[in-house]
Design a protein around this ligand. Structure first.
Ligand SMILES: Cc1cc2nc3c(=O)[nH]c(=O)nc-3n(C[C@H](O)[C@H](O)[C@H](O)COP(=O)(O)OP(=O)(O)OC[C@H]3O[C@@H](n4cnc5c(N)ncnc54)[C@H](O)[C@@H]3O)c2cc1C
Length: 502
């Protein structure tokens, strides 16, 4: 019997597992794929208050997100770092300068900061983002936010949860869930998708952190509950082009939506889109029209840097939004909701940025409901340290090989061994897409696939057949992505507006 069973190893599930384990609760987390393999590795990788949410009046969300941003910058500097943003102003288009100025003043106020001058002249805006369209540029506004490596943060929280005593099982799906005969606890049946083994567990409370699948998990427990999630697809593309010196908050010309162009090391990330998507969240991929939208808007905003540039990655994720009344997906509230149904705690909506606070709220509720006597929540002040670099350094003696791959990246055998031994990776894409920086560039991923599979095989006990299958699987993901890029890059502007990303 465990105190808490967590279903889902995205950011919300691992945050609950870490908080619960740190308070001394016996915790088991089941993740049917890899940690962060669904929404939590497909984000814009921002820890931000969300300036644009002020336009929809989501003041409470922005205030909470800014508070959490400060906490994460303080407790997890290895994963979250400050990122300056520039919002360029053009004559006759985009948001009016006075409107942006008022929004930024409120943003700073909500972050507990003082009002300060944020305006820059057009020359300075061009120095910060040399590729910007200079025509009618009147200057820009600067503000501060933060950037993270989403999958790395999620994995580090899971490893820390394990250090605190939680059990984390990846590639293990909860397949049945029912209350026990006396109605006081839960019995869950689960299936390891790699070994094919099944097992059962009893839990005093169950947390449903299934992200886009929260309604499927609720249905296992309850029959046919009315849906609580709205799924919208968001895509990103990555360019190998020299990144701007600051991130850019831009207005899409096609539909007036906000989108970002963000420096990511040597690469540039652009996103995102927002379209309702009722298809299987497990099979989400960028559509050609998503990629086309991002290519057109990025090229229009930064013609000097991105016109005609071909992305080196394209990826998409599904937002598990708490279903609201807004008609247009991007106007749906990003606030979180916690549903408590006969002792099943479902987390829906919310932002990556606010994961810690939401986890604290859920664990507080469960502690009260169970009448458990446990230590108080410590996650607002507990430093998150991975020890990754030191561990990889130690492994170099036994795992000495390394390879230089495209895009200026390097991958080492010790990194692969660490991913498999410590970071709970069990498949090749777990290692390459979510434990290394190679996610930025498909060319690097293709080149690294075979050597990494060779290095991972003895650590993970793969036969030669499994090794080849793992390489094929990764290449198939990259091939599908490439086809979406080809379709978008090949069709140019011709279909603009025919099926609004809007
Ligand atoms: C395009 C895009 C950009 C975004 N950008 C940002 C951003 O920049 N900043 C920000 O703060 N937020 C951002 N978000 C929002 C943020 O990513 C999400 O709020 C967050 O990742 C949701 O995490 P989650 O844990 O709820 O869901 P997920 O990450 O989807 O995790 C749910 C997990 O549950 C598992 N699961 C489901 N059913 C079962 C089962 N039966 N058994 C076992 N496991 C199961 C799934 O495999 C999955 O891994 C963005 C979202 C998208 C889509």
């Amino acid at each position: 019997m465990v105190d808490i069973l967590v279903i889902g190893g995205g950011i919300h599930g691992v945050a609950v597992a870490r908080d619960a384990a740190r308070r001394g609760l016996e915790t088991l987390l089941l993740e049917k794929g890899d940690l962060a393999s669904a929404t939590s590795s497909r984000t814009s990788k921002l820890i931000h208050g969300g300036l644009r949410y002020l336009e929809n009046g989501q003041i409470r969300l922005v205030r909470e997100a800014l508070r959490e941003r400060a906490i994460l910058l303080h407790t997890a500097p290895e994963f979250v770092r400050p990122l300056p943003f520039l919002l360029p102003h053009y004559a006759g288009r985009g948001r009016a300068r006075w409107w942006v100025g008022a929004g930024l003043a409120l943003y700073r106020l909500l972050a507990g900061g003082a009002a300060e001058r944020s305006g820059v002249a057009a020359e300075e805006a061009l120095r910060l983002a040399p590729g910007l369209d200079p025509a009618d540029l009147r200057g820009g506004s600067l503000f501060a936010d933060a950037q993270m490596d989403d999958a790395a943060l999620c994995v580090a929280l899971a490893v820390d949860a394990e250090r605190a005593g939680a059990t984390i099982r990846t590639h293990t799906e909860a397949i049945a869930l029912a209350t026990t005969a006396d109605g006081r606890s839960w019995r869950a049946h689960f299936h390891d998708r790699i070994t094919g083994t099944d097992a059962e567990v009893e839990a005093r409370a169950v947390v449903n952190a299934g992200g886009p699948w929260v309604d499927e998990v609720r249905a296992m427990a309850e029959g046919h509950p009315p849906p609580c999630v709205r799924r919208t697809r968001g895509a990103h593309v990555v360019f190998a082009a020299t990144p701007p010196r600051t991130a850019l908050l831009l207005t899409a010309r096609r539909d007036g939506r906000v989108f970002f162009v963000i420096p990511w090391g040597t690469h540039t990330l652009a996103g995102t889109t927002d379209v309702d998507d009722a298809s299987d969240p497990g099979a989400v991929e960028p559509h050609a029209e998503d990629v086309r939208y991002l290519l057109e808007e990025s090229a229009a905003a930064l013609p000097g840097a991105l016109a005609g540039a071909r992305p080196v990655r394209a990826f998409a994720g599904v937002r598990p939004l708490a279903r609201g009344r807004a008609e247009r997906p991007w106007e749906n509230s990003r606030e979180s909701r916690v549903l408590v149904e006969r002792g099943l705690w479902t987390m829906v909506g919310g932002k990556y940025t606010t994961h810690r606070a939401l986890a604290e709220r859920v664990v507080n509720g469960i502690v009260r409901a169970l009448g458990a006597r446990v230590a108080p929540c410590v996650t607002a002040s507990l430093p998150l340290k991975s020890g990754r670099a030191e561990s990889i350094e130690r492994l170099r003696r036994d795992f000495p090989r390394a390879a230089e791959v495209a895009g200026g990246f390097r991958i080492s055998e010790a990194e692969v061994a660490h991913a498999a031994r410590v970071e709970k990776a069990r498949r090749l894409d777990d290692i390459l897409l979510r434990r290394t920086r190679l996610w930025l560039d498909a060319r690097a991923l293709r080149e690294a696939a075979v050597p990494c599979a060779v290095w991972a095989a003895p650590v993970l006990g793969w036969s030669e057949r499994t090794r080849s299958a793992e390489v094929e699987r990764l290449l198939a993901i990259l091939d599908r992505e490439e086809r979406a890029i080809d379709a978008a890059a090949g069709s140019g502007q011709a279909e603009r507006g025919t099926r609004g990303i809007a």
